[in-house]
Write a protein that binds this ligand. Structure first.
Ligand SMILES: C[S@@+](CC[C@H](N)C(=O)[O-])C[C@H]1O[C@@H](n2cnc3c(N)ncnc32)[C@H](O)[C@@H]1O
Length: 194
């Protein structure tokens, strides 16, 4: 079930984006974070970020999920040689995992593609162990972002940084931090399950 336009899918699967995401975006998104234990990546796309995560943290166990079977197949191909990684098709608003399964949930540039995105936060909280963290980044709601997506025609729900902060707290997270950067066009966020 693809949720992105043809242009977005092509962009996300392109070699330049995958290389940029893995080498430049990932270190910024993690900002020195030490990932450990059982990690779930939601909306993992082609697995480019996952490959970078395993390069940096080879000892963790990583589950990569995406709703789009084409992305799941691409991620499976990219990550096939990594025994500590599994790739599954899953909708972030109805994750097929038991409560308290993961130490970290990561979300890179995917939340705005989930039109009804608040249930994704509730699901991330549910599958995290107490003390576990949600870490990620996304585009921030802006005129430019709305225009690009309107032209592109893909269904999105752009999220403001204050809106995300409030929604994370409402979902039950503590230690919520949402920081805008790139002249307000991108936001990095983290939150903890109490
Ligand atoms: C812009 S791509 C980002 C991919 C990857 N995280 C990256 O940084 O390269 C957004 C991804 O979110 C996925 N996605 C959108 N809605 C989803 C949902 N409800 N559940 C799971 N994945 C979803 C899309 O299929 C797509 O692969």
């Amino acid at each position: 079930m693809p949720v992105m336009s043809v242009v977005e899918r092509t962009f996300c699967r392109s070699l330049p984006w995958c290389a940029f995401a893995e080498r430049v975006v990932l270190p910024w998104a993690l900002s020195g974070d030490d990932l450990h234990g059982d990690v779930l990546e939601i909306g993992g796309g082609t697995g480019a970020m996952a490959a970078g995560v395993i390069d940096r943290f080879p000892d963790l166990r990583l589950t990569v999920t995406d709703i789009d079977p084409v992305m799941v197949a691409a991620a499976r191909r990219r990550l096939a040689s990594l025994a500590q990684v599994s790739v599954e098709q899953a909708d972030v608003t109805a994750l097929p995992f038991a409560d308290a399964t993961f130490d970290v949930v990561t979300s890179y540039l995917m939340l705005h593609h989930v039109v009804d995105w608040r249930p994704a936060l509730t699901e991330a909280l549910r599958v995290l162990r107490p003390g576990g963290r949600l870490v990620g980044y996304d585009l921030t709601d802006s005129l430019a972002a709305r225009l690009v997506h309107r032209v592109d025609g893909s269904p999105v729900s752009m999220i403001g940084s204050v809106e995300l902060r409030v929604a994370l707290r409402d979902a039950g997270f503590t230690g919520v931090a949402v920081a805008s950067t790139a002249i307000g066009h991108v936001m990095r966020f983290e939150a903890t399950r109490p």
